[in-house]
Design a protein around this ligand. Structure first.
Ligand code: AVJ
Ligand code: FE
Length: 437
């Protein structure tokens, strides 16, 4: 990666922090105080918890760790430590009220910007400050919670409070091949040069990947409806045992938020009910549903290395790119990111975002389940805290890749790794399938 000078890094860090706060304000100013403190689902925190947690993490990393400042409100740290209280229990905590939470987050931000103004940000600084890492990490953290808060918005009942323009459709009548071939051979997975990459994306290392085919686009609602109509949710043979147990226990028949009405599939999306659109990537499916669909289709989920090779490997240079389209940052022409649209674009959109292998929509639109457990790369070092990644490594969590329409570009790149439990479906999750060549 090229070395950026301190002033460029300072500008980027400032822009990333301001973008995140603008999004946070939209998500927390669009509902009243009652809705900010309510629990919309036991799976989620009240929005006012996310707001003060965003401020508290910024205080911990930027004010205390980088700036060496005293705690502003040491008594609240425990309330906003995600490991001390479950999401379900958070509404009963003595949380900061909405006005207090806003004031606290704004106060922290004012001080953080003072510290940013004087931080060295050069290559020789402490690891936390090198290339503005702590500022980038805090901006990513806020954007991750902005995605979490959008999930809470999706789970709330009542009329719509958010709106956004429709995403672009596929240009022209281009018919994509259903899948592309990725030839076998080694590629570079992960990164040692991306300045704001998080600990679990590091270090760069070689991986051998056998030849495979992968879908050119995420699996659509239309394709998923064929699985449903073919008895997908009633035939045990398609399901992993724990997935079948989940289907039986919760009487699952379709993705979350879908409902059948007079022979038509409808979905509820941010307070509006609309028909399910056949060409849109399927959303709100668990890993178990993705796995079952793939088996029904005679295919399988891609492994995490396969996904990353399909997204980043450039056979012309033998190098791994930062993004499928190259090394340049995401633009609205390349990927559906940042809550610019409140839904994924139709399969086949974003021709300018395709990878060298010819696969599209790998970045943005929907998070894509992979078959892989969330595990450390060889040479992994927890940084700057074990609770970001390390405590989640193991067979309990499955990796998702590529980001959704709900995550900002600062927290999404070819190497970015997300993870969740295989039963989760309130997240903005979809998938694509693969097969051995
Ligand atoms: C990486 C999305 C799984 O939301 O649990 C936010 C991100 N970590 N605060 C999560 C995160 C700490 C994390 N995920
Ligand atoms: Fe957090």
């Amino acid at each position: 990666g090229q070395e950026l000078d301190a002033e460029t890094l300072r500008e980027r860090a400032l822009a990333a922090l301001l973008n995140a706060r603008e999004r946070t304000a939209l998500l927390t100013d669009s509902v009243d105080d009652h809705e900010l403190t309510a629990q919309h689902s036991p799976l989620m925190s009240p929005l006012v918890w996310d707001l003060a947690h965003i401020g508290n993490q910024e205080e911990l990393w930027l004010l205390r760790a980088v700036g060496g400042r005293e705690a502003l409100r040491p008594e609240i740290d425990g309330l906003y430590d995600a490991f001390e209280h479950s999401r379900a229990s958070r509404p009963s905590l003595p949380l900061l009220a909405p006005a207090e939470a806003r004031t606290y987050a704004a106060d922290v931000r004012g001080r953080a910007l003072d510290i940013l103004g004087g931080a060295p940000l050069h290559g020789e600084g402490r690891p936390l400050e090198r290339a503005g890492f702590a500022f980038g990490m805090v901006a990513q953290h806020e954007q991750q919670h902005d995605e979490t808060m959008l999930i809470t918005h999706q789970l709330r009942s009542g009329p719509a409070v958010l709106s956004a323009p429709e995403p672009p459709g596929p240009a022209g009548a281009v018919t994509l091949p259903a899948e592309v071939l990725v030839p076998g051979g080694p590629f570079t997975m992960g990164t040692s040069t991306e300045p704001w990459a998080l600990d679990n994306e590091r270090p760069a290392h070689r991986r051998e990947v056998a030849a495979f085919h992968i879908d050119t686009a995420p699996v659509t609602c239309g394709a998923y409806q064929r699985f449903i109509e073919d008895g997908g949710y009633t035939e045990e043979r398609w399901w992993a045992p724990a997935g079948w147990a989940m289907v039986r226990e919760h009487s699952l028949t379709a993705p979350l938020f879908w409902r059948r009405d007079a022979g038509q599939w409808l979905r509820r999306r941010f307070g509006v009910t609309e028909p399910v659109q056949a060409d849109e990537p399927v959303l709100h499916v668990s890993w178990y549903e993705a796995d079952a669909y793939a088996r029904w289709a005679g295919r399988r989920l891609p492994t995490e290395p396969e996904w990353e090779k399909a997204a980043r490997h450039d056979p012309a240079s033998g190098r791994s790119l930062r993004y499928p389209w190259g090394d340049e940052d995401p633009t609205p022409e390349r990927a559906n990111l940042g809550q610019r649209h409140l839904r994924p674009a139709a399969a086949g959109a974003y021709a300018a975002g395709r990878s060298p292998a010819g696969a599209g929509q790998l970045i943005g639109d929907v998070w894509e389940w992979t078959s892989s457990d969330f595990l450390p790369y060889p040479g992994f070092v927890a940084f700057p805290y074990r609770e970001y990644s390390e405590v989640f490594f193991g067979p309990g969590h499955k990796v998702l890749r590529g980001g959704s329409f709900a995550v900002d570009a600062v927290a999404c790149r070819g190497t970015f790794r997300n993870w969740d439990l295989p039963v989760r479906r309130q997240i903005f999750s979809g998938f694509r399938t693969a097969r051995d060549a």
